[in-house]
Design a protein around this ligand. Sequence first.
Ligand code: NAD
Length: 451
Amino acid sequence: MKPNISVLGTGYLGVTHAAGLAEMGFDVIGVDVDAAKVARLARGEVPFHEPGLDDLVRTHTESGRLRFTTDHSEAAAFADVHFLSVGTPQSADGEAADLRYVDAAIDMLAPHLNRPCLVVGKSTVPVGTAARLTDRLTALAPAGHTVELAWNPEFLREGHAVADTIAPDRIVVGVGSDVAEKLLREVYADILERGTPFLVTDLATAELVKVAANSFLATKISFINAMAEVCEAAGADVTTLARALGHDARIGHRFLHAGVGFGGGCLPKDVRAFRARARELGGEGAAALLGEVDSINVRARARTLDLVRDSLGGEPAGHRIAVLGAAFKPGTDDVRDSPALAVATAVARAGAEVTVYDPMVRSAGAAACPGLTFSGSLEAAVTDADLVLLLTEWEEFRMADPRLLAAWVRTPRLVDGRNALDHQAWAAAGWSVRAPGRAPVAGQPSRDGAA
Ligand code: NAD
């Protein structure tokens, strides 16, 4: 018989994992402390945008294979395997991860664990957390040492979360016993049948795989953004440089796009938390490297504001600026640590009148982003703009006709913060173009004199 599953924390990771396991035929209960979120999920509604997830949650809440509760004791009574997928944000007072939600989840679940079971951490945590939680869990659980802890880091990408959950590129499990490994092999049996790599490690290595993977991706992005700084100074072109580098199979093209830098609910805080933990452990090399990766990333945002100034020939104050994009990347409505919103807010703080349009994000909370007005369409956002600033490379923006937009704006000035558009085509439509790591492109006057 298949083991029953609980998933603690029904955010981006937890809901997708719970729905994915229901799709694989397990009976799953999702647990969250947010009663409003649980009520929506119980009705089959996903509170955020993730392609394909609505259908999966609706299908399995209707089939009865997936249900949601706020009651940790219900999960304890029901499940044999408990996945832990609560948030691990950056601490308010430093770079380290704030582990209060992980600790609280264990404290709320463990006192109800009256029989042998497996608790499996999926949240991204500093190395050493699992060992500490093992002690906490066995001390609090009535079933004591028959309750085991494993760590199974999650690598899903927002925007592709469903596909990544159903067909991950690898599964990593940190386990302390053969029993835990066997149970996890049962949970992932369908995936393993397809030959997906299954890496069995100790707890510490499993915790480290996740932060090391995210740090590597972040390093790649900051590397090319550092090259963009050099390209600007040397009069070279970073997109051509990246293309040429990427043809080397050892380097590859992915994550080598110079622009406004990385953001979201994972990479920035994971890099910082890993840096803090590496420092604690005496890993000075890793700490120094990650510190530089972070500062290059922070600088990429500031340098985008400089490009706006260059393009306008002065301060943004008094200008009307259309910002295209608010989500931290296309395919999601997640605005956590979004470079787009950070730059848009900085432009607004510099005195510009900023109108944001994003196909998925209609408002990012007025308190979080003072000075930003959200618009319902691309046309409304760019009409009468003095400058268009592309910050999230949605398909709608990539496909936009620069001639049409030139007719809507007051002045055809483009800052392409993602190096996502065809600058020659935009220049031919009359736009002056600035972008990180590239020389300015002057707009060509149109033959009919329209721009
Ligand atoms: P999230 O903020 O969207 O979701 C966390 C959820 O946990 C919230 O709904 C919150 O109410 C709930 N929660 C808090 N305390 C709880 C408790 N005691 N019991 C039950 N629920 C509780 O976060 P997320 O983006 O899903 O990330 C969760 C973890 O997964 C983080 O460690 C993150 O780094 C990691 N991760 C996220 C992604 C991603 O793409 N979002 C990918 C891989 C790993």
